[in-house]
Design a protein around this ligand. Structure first.
Ligand code: FDA
Length: 309
């Protein structure tokens, strides 16, 4: 969240249709995207997962896409995940989970439809004992996401959920989660108003530390989704103070971000998993990565000017 005051303008600029067309229609746009996205196909995602496995990291595949407009699209997205799981299970020995977004699986069209699609994905994942982690989207989706997670957790153990430290409500949500469900704790990547979310980086960091403490105390496997060395070191100290190790917990990093840190933690023996996005719907994902670090946007603009796209 460093550089927080620039998030709004960056998200505004990247949200404009002409900007979207320039970024997705130019080779430099696609080149910038390849820093954060493994490629457009499932094979690209699996190749990245195998490469990271060779350097000691586990993986989590995310088939990019969100806010589908029809039940058919939602069902097709579930089909894609079922296929990805089949390929993961065929790749023996590959430690690879999947991440899903509920708006890709039909949440905008109703909770029942999302539950139906998520259960289909969970059933395929259960065949290989694979965890499916539900991403958390913009704040208007949090209640519905937690409701879907609660419903599917009654039938499936292999589901986890992401929670966002920047939202005020998360401090209460942690007390109403299904028992011992794995939680990926992140700061939060969407532009949220001051009525619902902390706006300052130090407040978000403090909330993150408090939530990590509560989640560990309540026995949730904690998946730390941050590249912030201070928060990672703080959690390591927290576990040590409680006489715990990282067993059952893990560090999660986004593909292409802070590779140095990822490798350092692997070398030091921590469990590290990389979140690997793939697919052709990379633009919304890229805009969030740009907003987190406006230098990414300036890099794109300066290259565009220099090369003419
Ligand atoms: P922080 O902002 O503290 O930065 C620490 C350092 O990381 C920076 O100094 C920089 O070096 C590097 N860095 C961070 N972001 C970068 C970027 N975009 N480009 C280049 N370098 C960067 N959010 C959400 O709302 N819902 C979700 O489900 C998820 N899921 C998720 C999974 C995983 C595995 C991760 C790591 C993150 C998410 N997020 C997310 C995103 C998260 O909310 C947050 O926006 C980003 O992780 C950035 O915050 P950090 O705490 O990582 O880094």
């Amino acid at each position: 969240m460093s550089g927080a005051p620039l998030r709004g303008p960056v998200l505004f600029v990247t949200g404009l249709e002409p900007v979207r067309r320039i970024v997705t229609g130019t080779s430099i746009g696609r080149r910038v995207a390849t820093r954060f996205v493994a490629g457009e196909s499932l094979d690209d995602g699996l190749r990245a997962a195998r490469g990271l496995a060779r350097s000691g990291m586990a993986a989590m595949l995310d088939h990019l896409g969100e806010n589908v407009a029809s039940a058919e699209q939602a069902s097709a997205a579930a089909d894609q995940y079922v296929l990805a799981l089949k390929r993961i299970h065929e790749a023996e020995g590959l430690d690879c989970n999947i991440a899903i977004k509920l708006t890709q699986l039909g949440l905008d069209l109703g909770i029942d439809l999302a539950v139906e699609n998520v259960e289909r994905v969970l059933s395929a994942a259960a065949e290989g004992n694979t965890l499916v982690e539900v991403d958390m989207e913009a704040h208007g989706y949090v209640s519905a996401t937690l409701e879907v997670v609660r419903r599917v957790r009654e039938r499936y153990d292999n589901v986890g959920v992401a929670l966002q430290a920047y939202l005020f409500r998360t401090a209460a949500d942690v007390f109403h989660l299904p028992e011992r469900i794995p939680v990926r704790l992140v700061k939060g990547a969407y532009l949220e108003p001051a009525e619902v979310a902390y706006q300052r980086a130090d407040e978000v960091d403090a909330a993150f530390a408090r939530l990590a403490t509560t989640l560990v105390a309540r026995g949730h496997p904690l998946h730390l989704g941050t590249h912030n060395p201070r928060l990672l070191a703080g959690t390591t100290r927290l576990l040590r103070r409680r006489g715990l190790r990282w067993e059952g917990h893990e560090m999660q990093f986004l593909y292409g971000i802070r590779r140095d840190l990822q490798q350092r933690y692997v070398r030091e023996g921590y469990p590290v998993r990389a979140y690997i996005p793939y697919g052709d719907e990379w633009y919304p994902y890229l805009t969030r990565r740009m907003a987190e670090r406006p230098a990414n946007l300036w890099f794109f603009v300066s290259n565009l000017i220099r090369t003419g796209g």
